[in-house]
Design a protein around this ligand. Structure first.
Ligand SMILES: Nc1ncnc2c1ncn2[C@@H]1O[C@H](COP(=O)(O)OP(=O)(O)OP(=O)(O)O)[C@@H](O)[C@H]1O
Ligand SMILES: [Mg+2]
Length: 351
């Protein structure tokens, strides 16, 4: 019996031991579980903060991208302005220089033409006297008179002087136009009549407007100038706009080819007393809707490489809208020519 009791006791003890071991294991695994839970919570937190940081940096990145895009756009527009102003000022300097250099010798000729004419007239008077008092000169003189066709000279010399005068006056007019066109001195607003500006631009383009192999009759230019007051504007820059638009019109007429009477129509008028409107229209190829939507974009051109840079209208747009607070619009039906309408305030403080 004792032995039996002992055996039972020992089994109980063994069982108790196993239970203790199991309990320990259970406790350990519980601790492990808690640790694991903590670790995974930590990981989750970490992951969340990484995601947050990532999202934040993405926002920053997007902001930077927008900033960079704006900077690039500004740079491009600055580049356009620089190229054009460089081109313009180089052209202005050249034109002004040529005008200046021509001006002096031309004035010289113009100033002396009158004297030469008077001297010649006096000599002729003297000759007439000689002929009156010595109607029959010696043979050698008679021969010389025949050789130089004296009677013809006497008849023709006035015509020659007149045409020389006209020629010089024409050169003076061109020089004046070149000066009006370049207007280098005028970096500020001036109050000017813009019609001479348009005329001087047309004169500079005369080479492409006058009769040629392409246009036997030349391009017909119709001017309907209204009663415009003097405008507060940058005259040199405005002339540049007229130049850009007129050159495009001439190009468009050349492209059209078949036009019966190639025509450029320029009209000016005042609108509501405060606005000046200048319309320049041609009956050239016209502009498709797709081209119209990109017309004022820098570097947009449909012309061959080397012929167009695509800057003319974009810079004109800037000059009219930014510098003069005006409007530049284009109306065109493809195949039926194009019209560019410039609207600028008569005075710059008018809104
Ligand atoms: N009067 C017009 N008729 C038809 N197309 C025109 C006319 N004016 C402008 N365009 C079109 O608009 C485009 C852009 O004109 P823009 O003056 O800006 O550049 P461009 O003439 O091509 O080059 P650039 O003036 O720099 O030498 C031209 O290539 C042409 O296709
Ligand atoms: Mg152009």
């Amino acid at each position: 019996m004792d032995i039996e009791n002992l055996e039972v006791e020992s089994k109980i003890q063994q069982l108790e031991k196993s239970v203790r071991i199991l309990q320990k294991k259970l406790e350990r695994s519980e601790a492990d579980r808690i640790n694991l839970e903590k670790a995974s919570e930590l990981k989750e937190l970490l992951l969340k903060s990484v995601i947050r940081e990532f999202e934040e940096s993405q926002v920053v990145l997007e902001k930077r991208t927008v900033e960079l895009e704006t900077a690039l756009k500004n740079l491009k527009s600055l580049q356009v302005k620089l190229i054009e102003s460089e081109k313009m000022s180089a052209l202005g300097v050249l034109v002004a220089g040529v005008a200046h250099e021509i001006n002096n010798p031309v004035n010289f000729i113009y100033g002396n033409l009158d004297h030469v004419s008077n001297y010649f007239q006096e000599l002729l008077n003297l000759l007439t006297l000689y002929r009156h008092y010595y109607p029959t000169p010696v043979i050698a003189i008679q021969k010389q008179i025949k050789k130089i066709e004296l009677d013809y000279i006497i008849k023709d010399w006035q015509n020659i002087f007149d045409s020389m005068n006209m020629g010089v006056e024409r050169i003076q007019q061109i020089v004046k136009s070149l000066r009006t066109f370049s207007r280098l001195d005028e970096a500020k607003f001036k109050v000017v009549d813009i019609h001479p500006g348009i005329d001087s631009t047309l004169l500079i383009l005369n080479n492409r407007i006058k009769p040629s192999a392409r246009f036997h009759q030349g391009i017909q230019v119709i001017r309907n100038y209204g009663d415009l007051p003097k405008l507060e504007c940058y005259p040199g820059q405005l002339n540049q706009v007229f130049m850009n638009i007129l050159v495009n019109s001439i190009d468009a007429l050349e492209d059209a080819g078949h036009v019966l009477i190639p025509t450029i129509r320029i009209s000016t008028e005042v609108l509501n007393t405060n606005w000046a409107v200048i319309r320049i229209a041609d009956n050239g190829v016209g502009i498709s809707e797709t081209v119209q939507s990109q017309l004022f974009n820098p570097f947009f051109t449909t012309k061959d490489v080397g012929k167009g840079t695509g800057l003319g209208l974009s810079i004109s747009y800037q000059i009219i809208t930014e510098l003069h607070k005006g409007k530049l619009e284009c109306y065109s039906t493809p195949g039926n020519g194009a019209e560019f309408v410039i609207t600028i305030p008569v005075k710059q403080d008018v809104k």
